[in-house]
Structures are given as C-alpha cells and as structure tokens.
Design a protein around this ligand. Sequence first.
Ligand code: GDP
Length: 140
Amino acid sequence: MATERTFSIIKPDATARNLTGKIAAKLEDAGLRIVASKRVHWNEAQAKKFYEVHAERPFYNDLVSFMTSGPIVLQVLEGENAIAKNREVMGATNPEEAAAGTIRKEFAENIERNSVHGSDSAENAQIEIDLNFTADEIVG
Ligand code: GDP
C-alpha cells in the first residue's frame, strides 16, 4: 500500500466546542501524521470556491454559511492509504449512520455540522491540498 496525503478540515462546530485536540488525536491514533496544519477563518468567497462542486445542491448556501461561521483547522494528513483511512475514521456524512468510534459518531451534531471534512479521492486530495497550502507549509 502506498503512502498518500489527504486534506482534512476540522469544521466550525468542532472548533466552537473545543474539540480540535480530541479530533487530531483520533486521526493520529488511526496512524495518520499531521504534516501541515493551520487555523483560519474562511470568508464567503473561500468557502464557495472550496465547495463549488456542491453549488447545485440544495444545502450549498447553508453549507457556505456554516463553514464561514467560525474558525476551522486545515490539515494535510499523511500515511499508508491515508485517503481511505481518513474517511474511515471520519465516519458517514450523517452521524446517525456513522459507525461506533468514528469522529462523526462521537462528535458531529447533525448531517451538516458534522465536525470534519476529508478528501474523497486521490485527485480531489491533490486539488484541495494545492488550494489550501503552499509546498513550504507542508513539513512532514
Ligand atoms: P462528505 O464527503 O462526507 O463531507 O459529504 P458530501 O461531500 O456529500 O457533503 C459535503 C458536506 O456538505 C457534508 O460534510 C456536510 O457538512 C454537508 N451536507 C451533506 N449533505 C447534506 C444535507 O443533506 N444537508 C445539509 N444541510 N448539509 C449537508
């Protein structure tokens, strides 16, 4: 299995409840290494660009409002099979459907305020990393 990098966000519902460390610990316990990390507060244009793939979905405007409502933590995670491993430790989008022990099962408030984002493919991981980090910010 190849070493991969993926892109992660700790979302505003989680930073508001002071869960940054608990979520990072779950990622690290799963064998993922945090090789880049920064806390930012997105403006509307940044959130719209990141989620433009969802522009036609009915929840797009709500999602943009949510993602600009408070600070978020952007991270690059590295490890064996990192993209799938991160999705596994995150759990299903809807916390009601998430497996026991996953981040979303333990921490998410609902399908929108679901605590974390993680890239869903190698192609999107590269796009999302490039959109949010310069090469010299990744120091793993
Ligand atoms: P993910 O890859 O598991 O994050 O899920 P998606 O790519 O399908 O959706 C992106 C984000 O949009 C999710 O993480 C949620 O924050 C939000 N979202 C997804 N589905 C819904 C929905 O049905 N309603 C609302 N309000 N938000 C949603």
